[in-house]
Design a protein around this ligand. Structure first.
Ligand SMILES: *Cc1c(COP(=O)(O)O)cnc(C)c1O
Length: 361
C-alpha cells in the first residue's frame, strides 16, 4: 500500500483501500476477460451480473423488504429534491418538511414548485445546530409525506431516532449516513442517497422506494424523471452510471465482510466518541451541534478565532490530516469520518488537536 493521507473530506470521500485496488485492476481487465470494466456494454451478461449483485448486497446489508425497489439513478442526490415531489405529490396536495440545513432548504425550494409545502420545523435561526426532538413539531394530517434529512453533512447534526409520527409516508435524504447504522426500511416510503459519501464514488444515486408508490408517478412528467420508468426497466432505461454502480458493489462487499451495518455502527460510535471527547476536553474547541443532535459522521467544530482555524487546517494538512476545512456556509472545521474512515486517523487527529491546543491555547 502506498503511503495514504487521512482523508476527512465530506464527499467525495474516503473509500476502502481494497476497493480502490480491485477497481484499478478491473478497469483495465475485468475478471480476466480481456476487456476493461468501463468498456463493457451495460446490457452485457457480465455487467448485468454486476448490477444484480450490487442490488442484492445493498438489500442484504440494509435488510430491505421485498416490497421495495432499489434504483440506480443519475443527477445526484439534488435531483431527488424535485423527483420526490414530482412523482409523489399530486396536484394541489400538501407535504411537510423539516428544515435542518442547506440540503433540506434546497429540497423545500424544489418541492414548492409542485405543491403546498409546510415547513413544520426549522433550526435556521440557530445556524442549524440541532435537529428536532420528538414533539417539537407536528405534521398536518392532510400531508402526503414527511420529508427530513437524516444527517446534516454541513452542520454535523443527525437524527438520533427517526420521526415517530403516525404518518403514512416518511421520506428521507440519507446521503451522508446511509449504512452507518441499522435502519428499519419498512418505516419509510422512500430513502435516497448520493453514493459519494458513504457508498462509493460520485455518479450514482441510490433510491429505495416502496413498490406501491410507483403507481403515483403521473403520466405527464418527463420519462427520465419518473421512478416508474426506472423501476420498470431495472435501472436500465438508458445507460446507467456503470462504474459507480460497480464500485458501490465493491463497497457493499467490503461492508459485509467487515461485519455489516451493525459492526459499522459500533466502530462509528467509537470514532465519534473519541473526537467529541477531544472537543469537550478543552474550551479551545467548541462543537457546532447541540449535544443531543451530534452526528457520528460529520463533526463540525470551531476554534477561538478564524485565524486559528486557518492555521489549524494548514498544519493538519501538512501532517497528512486532509480535508478538515469546514463548509463555507458556517466556516470552522469539520471532520467527516464515514464508514471507510480508519479509526487510526481519528486517533491521529485527536493527538494533533491536543498538541495544537497546548501550543496555541
Ligand atoms: C451531499 C449531499 C447532497 C447533494 O448531493 P449531490 O449528489 O451533490 O446532489 C444532498 N443531501 C445531503 C444530505 C448531502 O450530504
Amino acid at each position: 500500500m502506498p503511503e495514504r493521507i487521512y482523508n476527512f473530506s465530506p464527499g467525495p470521500s474516503v473509500l476502502p483501500y481494497p476497493v480502490l485496488q480491485q477497481a484499478a485492476k478491473d478497469i483495465v481487465n475485468f475478471n480476466d476477460k480481456g476487456i476493461g470494466l468501463i468498456e463493457l456494454s451495460h446490457r452485457s451478461k457480465e455487467f448485468m451480473a454486476v448490477t444484480e449483485e450490487t442490488e442484492q448486497l445493498i438489500r442484504e446489508n440494509m435488510g430491505i423488504p421485498t416490497n421495495y425497489k432499489v434504483l440506480f439513478l443519475q443527477g445526484g442526490a439534488s435531483s431527488q429534491f424535485f423527483m420526490v415531489p414530482m412523482n409523489l405529490l399530486g396536484p394541489g396536495k400538501k407535504a411537510t418538511y423539516l428544515n435542518t440545513g442547506v440540503w433540506s432548504k434546497k429540497a423545500i425550494k424544489e418541492a414548492k414548485l409542485f405543491g403546498q409545502i409546510e415547513v413544520a420545523y426549522s433550526s435556521e435561526e440557530v445556524k442549524f445546530n440541532r435537529v428536532p426532538q420528538a414533539g417539537e413539531y407536528s405534521v398536518d394530517p392532510g400531508s402526503e409525506y414527511l420529508y427530513f434529512v437524516s444527517n446534516n453533512t454541513i452542520y454535523g447534526t443527525q437524527f438520533q431516532s427517526f420521526p415517530v409520527d403516525k404518518h403514512p409516508l416518511l421520506i428521507s435524504d440519507m446521503s451522508s449516513d446511509i449504512l452507518s447504522r441499522p435502519v428499519d426500511v419498512s418505516r419509510f416510503g422512500l430513502i435516497f442517497a448520493g453514493a459519494q459519501k458513504n457508498m462509493g464514488p460520485a455518479g450514482v444515486t441510490v433510491v429505495i422506494i416502496r413498490e406501491d408508490l410507483l403507481e403515483r408517478s403521473p403520466a405527464n412528467i418527463p420519462t427520465m424523471l419518473s421512478y416508474k420508468t426506472h423501476s420498470d426497466n431495472g435501472s436500465m432505461f438508458n445507460t446507467p452510471p456503470c462504474f459507480a454502480i460497480y464500485c458501490v458493489g465493491l463497497v457493499m462487499k467490503w461492508l459485509k465482510e467487515n461485519g455489516g451495518v451493525a459492526a459499522m455502527e459500533k466502530i462509528n460510535n467509537e470514532k465519534a466518541e473519541l473526537l467529541y471527547k477531544a472537543i469537550d476536553a478543552t474550551d479551545f474547541y467548541r462543537g457546532h451541534a447541540e449535544k443531543a443532535s451530534r452526528s457520528k459522521m460529520n463533526i463540525s467544530f470551531n476554534l477561538p478565532t478564524p485565524e486559528l482555524e486557518k492555521q489549524f487546517v494548514a498544519e493538519a494538512t501538512a501532517v497528512g490530516l486532509d480535508g478538515l476545512k469546514g463548509h463555507r456556509s458556517i466556516g470552522g472545521c469539520r471532520a467527516s469520518i464515514y464508514n471507510a474512515f480508519p479509526r487510526e486517523g481519528v486517533v491521529r487527529l485527536v493527538e494533533f488537536m491536543a498538541e495544537f491546543a497546548k501550543k496555541n491555547g
